[in-house]
Write a protein that binds this ligand. Structure first.
Ligand SMILES: Nc1ncnc2c1ncn2[C@@H]1O[C@H](COP(=O)(O)OP(=O)(O)OP(=O)(O)O)[C@@H](O)[C@H]1O
Length: 247
């Protein structure tokens, strides 16, 4: 993989719902090794952009490239390089945890010994090993979240996209997930995730983008975006300034 080429390149992307411009001309690059945090208020456009990136929804204008390939014209290659952890981990309830993981590993053609090794390591770390034989229908939200995450890591994606990955996780699981994401990025993959937990984003991410009403209001290395303030201060100042400008 070329370390100087973006794993994810979003260019002037617009997504409309009727008259609403949910994503309004967003451009950003996520590089190999990046932990990239995507923050914004409720309804700002985070999930809409994430869905466009992973190819579960289309978009009206612009271009999205994953490892140099366009999600419009080379969708399958893009999907092969990507793992997606949605905010609502609705997965096949009639499968057991291990059946689900083997299903994902089959799709991504992960060899048997490698998948066993990865599944064991991740499940042990997240405390899910003893539940892998149980039906997904018996899992709590947090257990489903962990299972989807293990499924995402089982094929060592070039790009991992997560929507609110820490919601529903207990503090210990949250700690391990942060470590696992960091380790994936350290191996050269790119991690892009949305979160409302600004402290986590500030601590974990080397880059951050702030979206408001579909437009990027800040984007770059976390240290530069934050300056001498905290990410929370920057975010709240932005909202205050906008309120004053509108008054
Ligand atoms: N399927 C849809 N049909 C119509 N409008 C939609 C649809 N999906 C999203 N929107 C609108 O697009 C805008 C952006 O929504 P989106 O879900 O991307 O926000 P978000 O930043 O992920 O919010 P949250 O933090 O609450 O999850 C909102 O105004 C929302 O109402």
């Amino acid at each position: 993989m070329d370390a100087t080429a973006p794993v994810l390149a979003v260019r002037d992307v617009v997504k409309t719902f009727g008259a609403k411009r949910a994503v309004d001309g967003v451009t950003l690059d996520v590089m190999p090794g990046d932990m990239f945090g995507f923050v914004g208020h409720n309804g700002a456009g985070k999930t809409t952009l994430i869905r466009a990136i992973v190819g579960v929804t289309g978009f009206d204008e612009g271009d999205i490239r994953i490892a140099g390939r366009s999600v419009r014209t080379d969708a399958l290659a893009c999907k092969r390089a990507t793992a997606y952890v949605p905010d609502n981990p609705d997965i096949y309830e009639f499968l057991t945890g291990i059946q689900y993981l083997n299903y994902i590993a089959d799709i991504f053609e992960v060899p048997a010994d490698l998948r066993r090794e990865r599944i064991e390591a991740c499940a042990d770390r997240l405390g899910l090993t003893s539940a892998l034989g149980d039906l997904v229908s018996s899992y709590s939200h947090g257990m489903r979240q962990k299972l989807v995450l293990i499924g995402a890591l089982v094929h060592e994606p070039t790009l991992l996209v997560l929507d609110e990955p820490f919601v529903g996780l207990d503090p210990e699981a949250s700690f391990h997930v942060k470590e696992m994401l960091r380790e994936l990025a350290d191996r050269g993959s790119a991690v892009f995730f949305s979160s409302h937990v600004l402290e986590v984003v500030e601590k974990l991410c080397d880059k951050v983008a702030i979206i408001k009403q579909g437009r990027l209001r800040a984007c770059g290395p976390t240290a530069e975006v934050v300056g001498n303030e905290s990410l929370e201060d920057v975010f709240l100042d932005m909202i205050d300034r906008d309120r004053r400008d509108q008054a």
